[in-house]
Write a protein that binds this ligand. Structure first.
Ligand code: SAM
Length: 230
């Protein structure tokens, strides 16, 4: 028999998890499905990843809100819709090797890991790379490799990638990323000024790069050798 105070604590934990679950379901319906996210694999993956575990404790009650949120080191975890929109644009079937540039909290990498075979995720901030690596391991994700470094260089030692997602804004498409795309590979990246960008999907086909514009977006800067200098 468990003591009353332990039972009360367990009950509180259960109720809190239940509340997060309900908010997550509302997020899927009101923010994703209602705005046109139709890829069932993306929708399902986003029901599987506990976003509240990826945000700072004091932000948890907003974890499923329709906005980006601050995380450590002055960075952000992207708005749920933007995560879903970018991942849907990668057109994954589960067989891919994917590069995720800008690990941040590790949330998008966790969702990606349910949509692809293996995810390499790279983060320039040592603080964020370390905490994301620890969090993802604790949650039991085994097909994600977290690397600390400059994502504008890609990860040549693990290339080619079937898909590359860049969650920070660049003045242009970094050349190393294009050269690390597999045949028919897809690269999704915000390109533009510091304040406003267009989300671009670049597809490599027969040595040619086809680009499509997927809408206006606003991301934190991609800082590195082939991005912004600061
Ligand atoms: N996908 C993340 C998540 O799920 O929490 C959010 C990414 S946040 C919008 C952008 C991230 O890109 C920041 O953590 C920032 O430190 C990182 N970043 C900026 N420039 C980078 C670079 N050259 N290489 C790797 N990461 C970079």
């Amino acid at each position: 028999m468990l003591p009353m105070n332990v039972l009360a604590l367990l009950r509180r934990v259960f109720e809190r998890e239940q509340a997060y679950h309900e908010r997550q379901q509302a997020m899927i319906g009101q923010q994703l499905t209602a705005r046109g996210i139709a890829d069932q694999r993306v929708l399902h993956a986003m029901t599987q990843v506990p976003r509240h575990v990826f945000v700072p404790a004091k932000m948890r009650e907003y974890a499923y809100a329709d906005c980006a949120l601050p995380i450590e080191d002055g960075q952000t975890i992207s708005q749920p819709f933007m995560v879903a929109y970018m991942l849907q644009a990668l057109r994954l079937d589960g067989s891919e090797r994917v590069l995720d540039v800008g690990t941040g909290s590790g949330y998008a990498a966790a969702v990606l890991s349910l949509l692809a075979a293996h995810v390499y995720t790279i983060e320039r901030s040592p603080v964020l790379a370390g905490s994301a690596r620890e969090r993802l391991a604790q949650l039991g994700y085994t097909n994600i490799s977290v690397v600390e470094g400059d994502g504008t260089e890609g990860l040549p030692e693990h290339a080619p990638f079937d898909a590359i997602s860049v969650a920070a804004a660049s003045p242009w498409i970094p050349r190393p990323l294009l050269s690390q795309l597999a045949h028919c590979g897809r690269l999704v990246i915000p390109v533009g000024s510091y304040d406003q960008q267009l989300l671009i999907r670049a597809t490599c086909q027969d040595g040619e790069v086809l680009t499509e514009q997927l809408g206006k977006v606003r991301f934190v800067p991609l800082i590195g050798e082939h991005g912004w200098t600061n």
